[in-house]
Design a protein around this ligand. Sequence first.
Ligand code: AOF
Ligand code: ZN
Length: 358
Amino acid sequence: MAHALSLGRRGLGRCWPNPAVGCVIVNQGRVVGRGWTQPGGRPHAEPVALAAAGTLARGATAYVTLEPCAHHGQTPPCAEALIAAGVSRVVAPLTDSDPRVAGKGFAMLRAAGVEVTTGVLADQAADDHAGFFLRVEQGRPWLTLKLAMSLDGRIATATGESQWITGPRSRRAVHGLRATHDAVLVGGGTARADDPSLTVRDLGVAQQPVRVVVSRFLDLPLMGNLARTAKDIPVWICHGPDASDQSQQAWKELGARLIPCQLDGGRVDPAAVLQALGEAGLTRVFCEGGGQLAASLLAADLVDELHVFTAGMALGAEGHPGLGALGVEHLNEAPRFEPVDLIPVGPDVRHVWRRVSQ
Ligand code: AOF
Ligand code: ZN
């Protein structure tokens, strides 16, 4: 199952809206087939592994990281394919919460006399499929927020110098995070100030994440990196109702997808943004700031995982804070996270935190 999980993770960021499933087929102690959900979500993991196993699937055990599907979509159900191939046992950690499956895959297998074992490495599988489950159950994608700051939580000097606070190894780790998410999300302020391209570089990925910008007035540079590349790598812009027709037209012509969202307190409502991104099929979104967007996501309790890259450098109170105002007056109102991991990254330290539901 650990092997199946690691194969499944190869699909993260590439197979939305489908979950990134892995499958290993074992016959008499030998691995005879391996597969994972393919780019775009199909084929599913099981038919890939079954094709590799051929007749050796007969009497074998299939380790699958999610309940095999039971529905006739664009492909026949994987549960049916496992039965037809003569697999005698299926080990899968979790039930698929997609209502088209939801226990029917396991029932189909059991009815055909296939032994089913569940629960194996269920916590790891739940982590890998967290975005898929969140979208099916709540309509929004999983949100990972990255903050890269000085020891004292600053992201630029008083004069605005910010390149680079964290080192090249941290920036490489950030590209790894981009690659395992369906989309990279930034606020309009960051898009204007940094002119980012938000692509994954130097990791050899075949599919780039969608670039999403939140900009109330859609007042983004028409000559920048995002505008220049919007026809090749998707750019989606979540804007408010008061974005001018002229900028809407200009961005449409550049190839961007425009997503109108309601406002909340004068800003694009972060909950509306995530619902709209879920509706569009995204299961895992990686937010890279800026401080304003990060603060509104935190204040709305929408940050599921936080990666803080801290550089061994102090910038003092005159530096720019990494986070905008959260409106916290009492400690019991502060968004809370629990530690998951602490990783030294060259001269920096990376802390991983998970949301504590209140
Ligand atoms: C599996 N193995 O590798 C994946 C599964 O639109 P479709 O027909 O491709 O079906 C999508 C659903 O299939 C998705 O919502 C989830 O329930 C399941 N994904 N199932 O047996 C896989 N990726
Ligand atoms: Zn399937």
